[in-house]
Design a protein around this ligand. Structure first.
Ligand SMILES: [Zn+2]
Length: 385
């Protein structure tokens, strides 16, 4: 199957983050197994989603994992010039379709080089690891990484995450956590505001506290590799109240924290929680059921902070013509692989500028370069160390 056919088959599966990905994963599994490679299916708890991994080459330490996600972001409300779930080749060197760039282009490259990998006299193994629900918070990867580490008797050393980076080796990204905070106050006539606890007023104070926290972090710790060069906190959704003359007893707001590698997300959350407990103590004299509760949307994604001296950087510089190291503002599965003790780097075809947008495309030349990179990897791993 040609690269174009592979990509077109992958794009035709309209699996969004949060939806069952078993259709696309079964197709990938069959395709890999048709090349004589055994795969391992890693289902989620309810069995409606799964990750897949496989090994090509010997069961020895020092292998490299090629990581991709099978889900894409929605197209709803976007103005596309073509069917987003059909690969469109307009003859301008670009292939259009949802996921062409993020990140089915990389997935197609992995599948395209599989016959070469199978034939090569690999001395170190190369693994495929394909996850689900990356686009809604990198939800599938932790389970997949644990499974990989437990399943194989040998220890993989590296992970290459093929997120779009124009094939620049990316050694750093911020971590992220998403939260919803609910404030339980007391209802009443607005004229009684001195006697009641407005959930909206209190939510507003908490939001300003979070903004002050960001400003404090910005003055305490910076990392110039990122823009902005500090951890950021942002409230993107607020709800509560029923009328201007009714004191709101409920208010909720949802927010995210994006941390630079040297800041600890857990410390930021712990500081906020301490402040919330203090506010509860202060206001419970007025209303005994006053409460502030914060819940995480999912496990936070840790930051990526690969150092220039690590072996994976040297490896990438050997097999990839683009050796200028970079960082990215988005969070990815790379941080999760790194947190599991696997040296990780992001390096994939296409530009993040095209990801998640209408008329998403990947340049054919980017995919060709990616194939070359993977073939160089194959050659490198076929050498005696
Ligand atoms: Zn992606």
């Amino acid at each position: 199957m040609s690269l174009q056919e592979l990509l077109s088959r992958l794009i035709a599966f309209s699996v969004l983050g949060g939806e069952s990905n078993t259709s696309i994963l079964l197709w990938i599994k069959d395709h890999i197994e048709s090349q004589g490679v055994a795969t391992v299916w890693v289902p989620n708890a309810t069995g409606d989603k799964a990750s897949l991994h496989c090994r090509i080459g010997p069961a020895v330490d020092g292998g490299l994992i090629l990581s991709a996600h099978t889900d894409v972001v929605p197209v709803k409300g976007q103005d596309w010039d073509s069917d987003p779930f059909e690969l469109t080749d307009t003859g301008d060197g670009k292939w259009y379709g949802r996921g062409s760039c993020d990140m089915k282009g990389f997935l197609a490259c992995c599948l395209a080089v599989l016959p070469d990998l199978v034939k090569a006299p690999l001395k170190r193994p190369i693994y495929f690891a394909f996850s689900y629900d990356e686009e809604i918070g990198c939800l599938g990867a932790p389970e997949l990484i644990t499974h990989l580490q437990n399943y194989y008797s040998e220890t993989p050393k590296y992970a290459l995450i093929g997120e779009p980076s124009l094939l620049q080796p990316i050694i750093g990204h911020k971590g992220i956590g998403l939260y919803t905070t609910s404030v339980n106050g007391s209802a009443g006539h607005s004229s009684s505001i001195r006697k009641e606890v407005s959930a909206i007023h209190e939510a507003a104070r908490l939001i300003l506290w979070l903004e002050d926290k960001m400003n404090a972090l910005a003055s305490e710790s910076v990392d110039e590799r990122f823009s902005p060069p500090h951890s950021s906190l942002h409230i993107g959704l607020i709800q509560g109240g029923i009328a201007p003359n009714v004191i709101a007893d409920k208010a909720t707001f949802s927010w995210d924290v994006r941390v630079i590698p040297k800041d600890k997300l857990a410390d930021i959350i712990a500081h906020f929680e301490t402040h919330c407990r203090q506010r509860e103590r202060e206001l419970q004299s007025l209303f005994s059921d006053f409460k502030i509760q914060t819940e995480a949307w999912h496990a936070p994604v840790p930051p990526l902070d690969t150092h220039k001296e690590q072996d994976i950087v040297k490896l990438l510089q050997k097999i990839n013509p683009n050796s200028v190291l970079g960082t990215v503002p988005y969070a990815a599965e790379a941080g999760q692989y790194a947190a599991a003790g696997i040296e990780s780097i992001i390096c994939g075809p296409g530009s993040i500028d095209q990801a998640h947008r209408p008329n998403e495309f990947v340049e054919r030349s980017e995919l060709d370069k990616c194939i070359l990179l993977l073939q160089n990897l194959c050659r490198e791993f076929s050498k005696n160390q």
